[in-house]
Design a protein around this ligand. Structure first.
Ligand SMILES: C/C(=N\O)c1ccc(O)cc1O
Length: 330
């Protein structure tokens, strides 16, 4: 069947290293499979990016934005942070296969679906980690550009767990722009529109801050700030006017500090929107207990070094079990 079909189509070198199992999730470009590394039996996640399903095939207007696997894999190979997903392997065959660390808790998206709601304490623990992850990205000139609940993964089914951001398929690396070079020289002959444009350039990072505001709103309230459910105003009008849906019944149980932080992210003018560094200094996140919990979770993962197998010495005189000889087999 389809499963077997795909099994046979995985690259040989990937099949030699991993046993691919069930589907964990699926998105626009393919799905994520659970897999087991043959040698160590560790569980991994394999993200399959179907070549055939690139938007360029189905959406002609995507022709000028071909999917850039190099960006996603290139960024994954460069980043190193406990709150960002780690790449383990990469294979190219009929499709692209990115082997990533497995996050047993799955997507944050599934924890925020009504009627399920996260406690404010848990929202704070998760959001603090998202801020640290995005602070790291922005410091390294990377804008994620697709931050959403589906791209925030939980390391375990425990409520107190590590959170990691994934999916860098839409990310952008901010390089030295020609505008920056232009502005280094004297503007004697520079047209005014270039200087006007310079006033708004470089706000790419702020798009991630808006998305974080939407994520925090949904984690705290359980519903989206902007939605197409209400016909008027339209979804785009709600967003461009910053007109989020405020349900008193829901927000009355949530602290002022939490809602204040949401409001400072959901600011339409990117120059006035809260930045990551400012958010990390916001009163809601000056919570020593929460930060201590995060440090403890981090320490646990660093202590989970692979412990060497205890030596099983066979006491003298005892018959060796039949299978032990196999270990010394060819
Ligand atoms: C992409 C990914 N890990 O890297 C993943 C995606 C979905 C899921 O349920 C579990 C996972 O580990």
């Amino acid at each position: 069947d389809l499963e077997v079909g795909h099994q046979l189509e995985y690259p040989k070198e990937m099949q030699n290293k991993y046993i691919v199992s069930k589907t964990l999730g699926s998105g626009a470009c393919g799905e994520v499979k659970l897999a087991f590394e043959r040698d160590t039996h560790t569980k991994v996640a394999i993200k399959i990016i179907r070549k055939s399903k690139f938007m360029t095939d189905v959406l002609p207007e995507m022709q000028d934005k071909p999917f850039n696997i190099e960006t996603e894999v290139g960024i994954l190979k460069r980043i190193d942070h406990p709150c960002l997903i780690r790449i383990i392997d990469f294979f190219e065959g009929k499709d692209f296969y990115i082997v990533l660390e497995l996050m047993e808790g799955g997507e944050l998206f599934d924890k925020v679906q009504r009627p399920a709601r996260l406690s404010e304490r848990t929202c704070k623990l998760y959001f603090y980690q998202m801020l640290l992850a995005v602070q790291y990205l922005h410091k390294h000139g990377i804008i994620h550009r697709d931050l959403k609940l589906e791209n925030v993964l939980l390391s375990s089914r425990e409520e107190n767990c590590l959170v990691k951001i994934t999916d860098f398929g839409q990310s952008k690396i901010i390089g030295e722009t020609s505008l920056m070079q232009t502005l280094c020289g004297t503007p004697d002959y520079l047209a005014p529109e270039i200087l006007h444009f310079a006033g708004t350039a470089g706000y790419g990072r702020s798009v991630d801050c808006w998305s974080l505001g939407v994520i925090l709103f949904m984690c705290l309230s359980g519903y989206p700030p902007f939605s197409k459910k209400s016909a008027r105003p339209s979804l785009t009008e709600q967003i461009t006017s910053g007109n989020y849906c405020y349900i008193e019944e829901v927000w009355k149980d949530i602290s002022r500090d939490a809602f204040d932080l949401v409001q400072k992210f959901l600011v339409v003018d990117p120059t006035k929107r809260l930045k990551i560094e400012e958010a990390l200094e916001h009163p809601w996140l000056q919570d020593e207990h929460m930060r201590h919990t995060f440090q403890q979770l981090l320490a646990q993962t660093q202590n989970m070094r692979v412990k060497p197998e205890p030596l099983t010495l066979v006491p003298p005189g005892r018959k060796r079990d039949y299978h032990e000889d196999e270990k010394t087999g060819p």
